[in-house]
Write a protein that binds this ligand. Structure first.
Ligand code: GLP
Length: 233
């Protein structure tokens, strides 16, 4: 894992986005797995800026949603779906056939996870995964406790249920759907963003280099190509 520390959010976002853009130049059909939340939002902002001057760079990009809340109402503005539509899919002009996504309104989340698993099998491997660190060390909705290999439904810990994304939602999700640890590790390259308050313990656990299920993100030490971007403060 290559770890870079930043004092400045903008510098982190620029480095993160430049890695994605470089990969896209080499492989225009890049399969990008994207987290939601506050950590990668500036990186997506930089991509949006670049798409304004060079939209053709994104014309074959494929996006895979990392995770989603279970049981949100249709068009709930707090879903990972709406987030990705706003910050990546619409600004980069990604068409529906280039977006693989858990349905937040599914009535059968287990079935939805099986569907995503089989669709992911068809298009695998993921080329690049952009991840954020959860306050409890989670990756996507891979909550602490065990490493689950493939897409699955996971009961959320209190800290995840209190995530700012769904603070204003009328639905109060208790579960999430997420790609699994092997799905994430199968990505050729990974960018891990560590930023935001209340993550001191998770950050310490991750950066200690010890792999353990209490900090799911620590599994990234087993991947050969992880760039970890850490915002100090
Ligand atoms: C949420 C999201 C994840 C995200 C993580 C960290 O649960 N579903 O995709 O990576 O939590 O969020 P944040 O970056 O807002 O701290």
């Amino acid at each position: 894992m290559r770890i870079t520390f930043f004092q400045d959010q903008k510098a982190l976002d620029q480095l993160g986005s430049s890695i994605i853009i470089e990969e896209l130049r080499e492989n225009p059909q890049l399969k990008l797995c994207a987290a939601t939340g506050s950590s990668p939002i500036g990186i997506y902002g930089e991509l949006t800026r670049s798409a304004k001057t060079e939209p053709q760079l994104y014309s074959k990009l494929q996006v895979i949603k990392l995770d989603e809340w279970v049981g949100l109402n249709e068009k709930d503005p707090n879903s990972c779906e709406e987030y990705l539509q706003e910050h990546l899919i619409i600004p980069l002009g990604v068409t529906n056939n280039r977006f693989l996504s858990f349905n937040p309104c599914t009535e059968n989340p287990e079935e939805e996870c099986s569907l995503i698993r089989s669709k992911l099998d068809e298009i695998a491997p993921i080329d690049l995964c952009v991840l954020g660190l959860g306050k409890n060390g989670h990756l996507g909705f891979n909550e602490p406790g065990r490493f689950e290999p493939h897409s699955h439904v996971r009961e959320l810990e209190g800290v995840s249920k209190a995530h700012q994304m769904i603070e204003s939602s009328t639905s109060k999700p208790t579960h999430g759907m997420t790609l699994g640890i092997d799905d994430i590790l199968s990505s050729k390259k990974i960018i891990m963003v560590v930023s935001g308050s209340g993550k001191e313990k998770a950050k310490e656990d991750l950066l200690s280099g010890v792999v353990f299920p209490g900090c799911p993100a620590s599994i990234l030490w087993e991947h050969p190509d992880v760039t970890c971007l850490v915002l100090n403060g």
